[in-house]
Design a protein around this ligand. Sequence first.
Ligand SMILES: Cc1ncc(COP(=O)(O)O)c(C=O)c1O
Length: 394
Amino acid sequence: MFEQLLPAAKDPILSQTLACQQDKRAHKLDLGIGVYRNNQGVTPVLSTVKIAEQRLLATQDSKAYVGLAGCERFNHAMMDFLLADNSSKSRAVAVQTPGASGALRLLADVIKLANPDTTVWLSDLSYANHAPIMKTAGLSVAYFPYFDHDTKAVNESAMLATLSQLGKNDVVLLHACCHNPTGADMSMEAWHSVTDMAIQQGFLPFIDIAYQGFGEGMDQDAAGLRYLAERVPSYLMASSCSKNFGLYRERTGLAVIAAPTLSQSECVKSRILECARSTYTMPPDHGAAIVRTILEDAELKNQWLAEVDQMRGRIQGVRKALVQSLQISTNSHHFDFIADHKGMFSVLGIDPAQVDRLRTEFAIYLVDGGRMNVAGMQTQDVEYFAQSLAQVMI
Ligand SMILES: Cc1ncc(COP(=O)(O)O)c(C=O)c1O
């Protein structure tokens, strides 16, 4: 059966983590995989998550199946949280999924069912798993210009010029905030333009929100998507609880579908549940039960918001410290853009040989392409990192 089967290609991100784990050098820095770490280098269980878990332990009296769409209370709490008072809520429906990855895949499956000729447009660059997920679902993938490697910001005019050519067979996948891998986010003006184009040209916006609260704040990070959701006839959204609830391994996410009418959204949902049924059937419950417990309790929710504020504050502090240290070590303002980037990542604009030198000479692990997980860095390592980066820039 398996004689002809070739091994899978290495995962570009997970393979770096593995290599770093095997590295024996004490001063090694794992800045590859996208996990938040506190200043002690730990990815903590949030205290509000612990409280929710204790409540669940005390009150949960059954482990019976929940349902194909997961926990509807979680789905509603998440929709309320993501969309606030957005008018699209009245026609939107949601499905609990195993992480945003599960949501991306189910939504891709339903796009394929609805229109097999769809092309999904990704930003150039985009999250490393976007293209594999879309392609595995049988969809064509194309790229619109996004990251300007010179300015380290979004090239909005080039992006909008490409999007202006798209139509009814196209889906445009947009990062709501804290763009992965670049850290460069779209302006509100660009959200307005994309919204107008989606309405006029008929392409379907597909929003991925994996880092809400890590950029500028919970509401600020959702402002673009809420503007769009209010106005376009249809949109899809994949949301992750991995980062802002710190629930990475609990695989907790949400797929949102908004069609022009609630009954059309329900129809799409039924096809999504059919896809879920024939793959994993039901999502894991624990993470969703934690999130629901937090979001449904005003006091606990406020405590959680404060924990996210703290994580965001730490990331912003590391960004500032990095810029200062790199100004000194490179005697230039070359890396000042790091302070303008949002969320966990920045693309540094260094070449593969420099990424390799950081790894081999300095035990610093970045993702190939020069993506750095700023949220994985401790303040005491900033100087070593800055000096090492300066060395490989010579
Ligand atoms: C943009 C983006 N979307 C989706 C995901 C997947 O998140 P999850 O852990 O919820 O599957 C990630 C994870 O890194 C991401 O960066």
